[in-house]
Each structure stands twice: as structure tokens, then as C-alpha cells.
Design a binder for this molecule. Structure first.
Ligand SMILES: Cc1cc2nc3c(=O)[nH]c(=O)nc-3n(C[C@H](O)[C@H](O)[C@H](O)COP(=O)(O)OP(=O)(O)OC[C@H]3O[C@@H](n4cnc5c(N)ncnc54)[C@H](O)[C@@H]3O)c2cc1C
Length: 541
């Protein structure tokens, strides 16, 4: 019998390794940002998410899609979404490891960097569950500042590391979602038409719809609605205090581009009970503290996706030969892998720097820095994600294009991080707003990037060009028309400054050469200028 299917030259599965320990950029950033104390725990998480069992669950969660069960068999509305057990195991593990609220529940220097790393490790392998985990982390500052009764009820549940996906009363833990976007407007939430009418007992009754409401089985949501005093923020739980269901009618689930594990719903409210947080008319101001956190998590999620893409690409290139040599040793491929790694390094460094700035002990300067740098980096890293995933996918050749390998899913997933929580233009305009209204944030940003001044003449040129651009764009008759140009320049200066200060020389030099050189930014991956030490950079992938 001829052995027509004797298998040679295919990479083995990339499983059963430590996703933390093998990620040099993440390990270094964790240490740098005062979270070295979490290294053992992160190693455990790295081994868990790297295990064959966890990766098999990630595949199952994305093939056995959540299903809406709007009615029970007798016709009673139940509005439940049924997830596969694999999804529950994944989110349960992430919550047990504090990837949701660990940074707030046990604050200490570096707590947000440690939580960011845990979140990234989980999101690297399965991005769907990361959405509710992120929103649960993000809601904490809002709930912590809420009236006593709300805070006392919900904070202990948020802090709990116990997960129970059922819609039943008496659960120890809770997850949160958010519902702002309506059919007629998402970015412009002032156009919201959902109403919140005072019920006379301190609660409100909501009537209206939300066009996007992800993770609809969350235990509660922050919702924007029009109260008599204007757009307001309300806490809307799925279960009322007596254990009955609040009227959150799930109309249908979206058929989305990205991961298939997380459900995003369209919902309607009909005399739905809500509790106001913050003043009437100050809804955006109230929910913005949650949005600031989810924007940071979009950066973390994109960076985690880049890590998955780069690691899978490098793995394949090391195990596959073509034309007589391992792909990784073919100079054109070495350059591609090195370039993918440069992007991952820059995203990871920026992500962890910003996470550290969210800790309770962060200085005023760090808070001001985060105000500007978070939207700057959110814009840039999330926009860089899809192209990065595409290039990584191609490193696997035809295999990469099939759903049997994880990068097809990653390629579909990466765009959402840019769309959600401030689409590209909206986030770029937010940067302009911070620059004009909060000059402290620009001063803090400038001071941060200037710490790398003198390290590289190409960086010094970028710094002075960026400073000039800030003045020029803000003085222009229509600054918004040049918002993206300005934000890109700020982002590259921020990333380059961090790599010059902290990354190995090959990485810092490679990034500066490939991204700050004349006309460099925006080119395709793998077009590294001469003199870059691609082999050393690729070795870190
Ligand atoms: C998978 C997924 C899950 C989501 N989950 C949730 C959720 O749980 N809760 C929730 O509330 N929302 C959710 N959303 C909605 C998301 O936040 C919105 O889609 C997003 O805010 C954009 O709003 P929009 O769709 O109304 O687009 P629009 O606001 O109409 O924007 C359309 C385009 O116009 C641009 N634009 C807007 N204003 C300007 C301007 N002034 N100048 C120039 N350009 C502008 C935007 O950048 C965008 O590119 C989700 C979206 C997706 C894709």
C-alpha cells in the first residue's frame, strides 16, 4: 500500500507551553511596572491557557455558538442565551484568576499591570469571553463612586472570584455589561431615545431599545437613558431584588464578523427597572470612567491578539521548511516575523505602561498621561491589529486561511477593538479634545516621551516633528481633518520612547528604523530597512 498521506513538514500543534514565560516582551513589562510579585501566578495562567485542553475549549466555544432562547416551552419570555460549557469553563477560569476585577479588589503597586497581563493571556487564546471580563473590570470605578446602597450591594459581588453563568438569585459573583448604542446613533449618544421615568420610589422605569448589548447574560448593565434632567446613567440588573426577571427583552443576537463565542444582542426595555448612578443629565460623565477602562482593554485585547498572531506565525516558520531551509531562516521570512514582533513589542510596552497608570498610587502626572495616551494608543494599536493578523496569517500559508488554525478567527476579531468604544475618528477627535481642554495631559505626555530624548537621532526628529504637528494641527482652521495624522505621530513617539528606554537594543533600533524612518509608517510588514537585526528580533517572537 503506498503511504499517500505520510505526514512531513507540518508544524506540530503549538500547545502545552507557558504563554507567559515564553512572551519575553510581556514578562519584561510586568517586571518593569512593579508587578513582578505576580510572576508565579502569571506563569500558572500562562501554562493554563497554553494547555491543549484550554485551547480545545477555545475552539469549542467558537464553534458551538451561543443560542438565544427567548421563550420557554410554554411561551413565557425568559430571554436567556445558552452558551456551551467550554465558554463557561473559560470565563470561569479567567474570573477565578482575577482577570476581571483583581486590580481593584486587591490594590497594590502594579496591580493593574498584573491584571492586564492576566487578561491578555486569556484574551490571547479566546477573545470572546474577554468582553464581559473587560466590562466587569471597567465598571468598578463607577460602582465604587455610586450611592452607598448600590456600592454595598454590587462591589462585593464584583470582587468575587466565583463565576456562575446561570440567571438565578443569590449568586456570590456578578458580571457587568453596558448598553449605550441605539439604532440612530452610537458615537453620538446624545441622540439616545430610551427614556428613564422616575417611579417615585427612587427607581426609574426604562422604555426603549439598545442596538448593541454584548454579553446579555451579564448580571447587570450600565445603561444610558433620557431622564427628566437629561441623559443619565442607570444600573439595570437582570434580576430584581425579589428574584424575578427585569424586563430586558432580547430581540435577537447579532451575526458578527469576529469571534463566535460572545453573544451581542439587540434588547428592548419595557418598564424596566433601573437605579440612577450620578446626577440626572450627567450620564456621559458618569459612564466615561467605565469607558476609559474598556478603551484600555481594547488596547490589551489587540496587543494580546498580536501576540497570538506573532507566536503562531513564528512557530509555523520554525517548523516548516521550503526550498531546503526552515522558513524562519529564509531572510524574507525572518524580516516578516521580526516586523510582526516589533509591532507586538510596541503594543505590549504601551499597554502595560498605561495599565500601571491606573493604579491607586499613580501620580497626578500619570493620570494626566493616561487621559491623553489611552485614546492615542487605543486608536493606533487597534487600527494596526487587522493588518498585523493578516500578515501573520499569511506566514502559515494556506493553513492560515483555514478555520482549523487560530489566525483566521484572529483576523476576523481584530477590527472590533477599533470599532468599539470610540471608532477611529471618534477616538482621534477625543485626542484633540484632551489636547485643547486638558493641557496637563499634553504636558505629561510630552514629559514621558522626552525621557527617551537623545537616545536616537531618528527619535529626536520624530519628537520635534510631533511637537510641531501638535501646534500646527491645533491652530489649523479645521483640526479634525488632520486628527488621524496627529494621533498616529503621537502614538509612534510614545511607543518608540518606551522601546528606546526599556527594550533590547535590536528591538528599539528596529522599531525606530522601521516606523520612524522617512515614509516608513504604513508600509506593509516585512519591509525592514537595511541594518536591522531581524534575526535577534525574530528570536523573541
Ligand atoms: C461586536 C460589537 C459589540 C458591541 N457591543 C456594544 C455594547 O455592549 N454596548 C454598546 O453600547 N455598544 C456596543 N457596540 C456598539 C459600538 O460601540 C458602536 O457601534 C460604536 O460606538 C459606533 O457607533 P455606531 O455604530 O452608531 O456608528 P456611528 O456613530 O454612526 O459612526 C459611524 C462612523 O462614523 C464615524 N464618526 C462618528 N462621528 C464622527 C465625527 N464627528 N466625525 C467623523 N467621523 C465620525 C465613526 O468613527 C464611525 O467610523 C458594539 C459594537 C460591536 C461591533
Amino acid at each position: 500500500m503506498p503511504a499517500t498521506h505520510e505526514l512531513t513538514n507540518q508544524a506540530p500543534p503549538r500547545v502545552d507551553l507557558d504563554e507567559f514565560g515564553t512572551n519575553a516582551a510581556l514578562v519584561e513589562a510586568v517586571t518593569r511596572h512593579d508587578a513582578g510579585w505576580a510572576a508565579d501566578r502569571l506563569g500558572e495562567i500562562g501554562r493554563r491557557v497554553g494547555s491543549a485542553a484550554f485551547q480545545a475549549d477555545a475552539v469549542l466555544a467558537n464553534t458551538r455558538e451561543p443560542v438565544l432562547t427567548a421563550f420557554d416551552r410554554w411561551g413565557e419570555r425568559i430571554d436567556e442565551v445558552v452558551y456551551d460549557e467550554s465558554y463557561h469553563r473559560i470565563i470561569g477560569a479567567a474570573i477565578a484568576d482575577g482577570a476581571h476585577t483583581g486590580a481593584w479588589a486587591a490594590p497594590r503597586p502594579g496591580a493593574n499591570a498584573a491584571r492586564a497581563a492576566a487578561f491578555m493571556l486569556y484574551a490571547q487564546i479566546e477573545p470572546g469571553h474577554a468582553c464581559p471580563v473587560s466590562m466587569t473590570h471597567a465598571v468598578w470605578p463607577v460602582i465604587a463612586a455610586a450611592p452607598d446602597a448600590i456600592r454595598d450591594e454590587w462591589l462585593p459581588r464584583l470582587a468575587s472570584t466565583g463565576y456562575d453563568g446561570r440567571l438565578v438569585p443569590g449568586k456570590a459573583g456578578a458580571t457587568f455589561g453596558m448598553a449605550m448604542t441605539e439604532k440612530q446613533g452610537g458615537s453620538d449618544v446624545r441622540a439616545n431615545t430610551t427614556t428613564a421615568t422616575p417611579a417615585g420610589d427612587g427607581t426609574y422605569r426604562l422604555t426603549g431599545h439598545k442596538w448593541f448589548c454584548s454579553a446579555p447574560m451579564s448580571d447587570a448593565f450600565l445603561v444610558l437613558a433620557q431622564a427628566p434632567g437629561g441623559l443619565s446613567c442607570l444600573l439595570v440588573p437582570r434580576l430584581l431584588p425579589d428574584g424575578t426577571r427585569n424586563a430586558i427583552r432580547i430581540q435577537r443576537l447579532k451575526d458578527k464578523l469576529g469571534n463566535r463565542a460572545n453573544a451581542s444582542a439587540e434588547v428592548e426595555y419595557e418598564d424596566t427597572v433601573g437605579w440612577r448612578i450620578g446626577e440626572e443629565g450627567r450620564g456621559v460623565r458618569t459612564i466615561i470612567d467605565m469607558v476609559q477602562q474598556t478603551r484600555l482593554d481594547c488596547i490589551l485585547g489587540s496587543a494580546a491578539g498580536m501576540r497570538q498572531a506573532t507566536a503562531e506565525a513564528a512557530w509555523h516558520a520554525r517548523h516548516r521548511a521550503a526550498f531546503g531551509r526552515a522558513l524562519i531562516d529564509q531572510p524574507a521570512m525572518t524580516a516578516v516575523i521580526a516586523d510582526l514582533q516589533l509591532e507586538t513589542e510596541a503594543a505590549t510596552a504601551a499597554a502595560l505602561r498605561l495599565a500601571r497608570a491606573e493604579d491607586a498610587d499613580a501620580s497626578e502626572a500619570d493620570r494626566a498621561l493616561a487621559r491623553l495616551a489611552t485614546p492615542v494608543v487605543k486608536y493606533w494599536v487597534c487600527k494596526r491589529g487587522p493588518g498585523h493578523a493578516y500578515e501573520a496569517l499569511e506566514c502559515l500559508g494556506g493553513n492560515g486561511y483555514t478555520e482549523a488554525f487560530p489566525l483566521a478567527m484572529r483576523y476576523r476579531e481584530q477590527p472590533v477593538m477599533a470599532v468599539w468604544e470610540g471608532s477611529g475618528n471618534v477616538i482621534a477627535l477625543d485626542v484633540l479634545r484632551a489636547l485643547t481642554r486638558e493641557p496637563d495631559s499634553l504636558a505629561a505626555f510630552d514629559a514621558e516621551v522626552a525621557l527617551a530624548a537623545g537616545a536616537d537621532r531618528r527619535f529626536d526628529a520624530q519628537l520635534s516633528r510631533t511637537r510641531g504637528l501638535v501646534r500646527e494641527v491645533l491652530a489649523a482652521p479645521e483640526p479634525a481633518a488632520r486628527a488621524r495624522e496627529l494621533v498616529a505621530a503621537l502614538a509612534l513617539a510614545f511607543q518608540a520612547s518606551l522601546l528606546l528606554r526599556f527594550a533590547p537594543t535590536a528591538v528599539a533600533d528596529g522599531f525606530v528604523a522601521a516606523r520612524l524612518g522617512e515614509g516608513a509608517a504604513g508600509q506593509l510588514y516585512g519591509a525592514l530597512p537595511g541594518g536591522v537585526d531581524a534575526a535577534s528580533i525574530a528570536a523573541r517572537a
